[in-house]
Design a protein. Structure first.
Length: 190
């Protein structure tokens, strides 16, 4: 898709980082609920509940170099680093970009196709190859993996024809970048 400044903008979206955000939200919600329960208990009874004072006095009695404090610090550090990396590291692409036709004064148009649609397209094209009885496919941002079942004994030739046909079909659709196609062929027992 073109912008006013002439640069191209990528249409391929990465997944949102909902898992790390959900983990942090649940932990903060649990801490908030426990704090609210302790505060209400303090207001009602006039003193802190033993569920609050017991752990608080246990923590207050620990020294900075004690094993429990070091273990808790290491666990908090590792969990924090895992959540930070999960939040910052981009996920894999869930879709690919298709280049539409351009020319004759028509501006280039870009389209997006999901990985599931690419897998269905590849499976449909592979199913057209002679000798293929059954096919399933999966796709990610960079490759398409086909699992083919045939009753023929010529599994190597069928694999080559499937890979070539699907590669040509995906390239012709204008996928950018075109995924690498691989296939495994299993002979069905008669």
């Amino acid at each position: 898709m073109s912008r006013a400044d002439g640069r191209s903008r990528r249409l391929r979206r990465r997944p949102s980082r909902t898992v790390p955000a959900t983990i942090v939200a649940v932990v903060l919600l649990a801490l908030g609920v426990l704090t609210a329960i302790a505060a209400v208990s303090r207001l009602v009874n006039g003193s802190w509940d033993t569920l609050v004072t017991g752990p608080a006095s246990s923590v207050a009695g620990q020294t900075l170099g004690s094993a429990a404090v070091l273990v808790a610090a290491i666990v908090a550090l590792v969990l924090g680093l895992v959540l930070l990396v999960a939040g910052l590291k981009p996920g894999s692409f869930r879709s690919a970009q298709l280049r539409g036709p351009s020319g004759q004064g028509i501006e280039q148009t870009d389209y997006v196709i999901t990985n599931g649609a690419i897998a269905r397209l590849a499976a449909g094209r592979a199913d057209l190859v002679d000798g293929v009885d059954k096919v399933s496919a999966s796709a990610d941002g960079r490759r398409v993996v086909l699992r083919v079942t045939t009753s023929s004994e010529q599994t190597a030739q069928i694999r080559d024809r499937v890979v070539q046909g699907v590669t040509e079909s995906l390239t012709a659709t204008g996928l950018d970048p075109a995924p690498r196609v691989s296939a495994t062929v299993h002979q069905k027992d008669l």
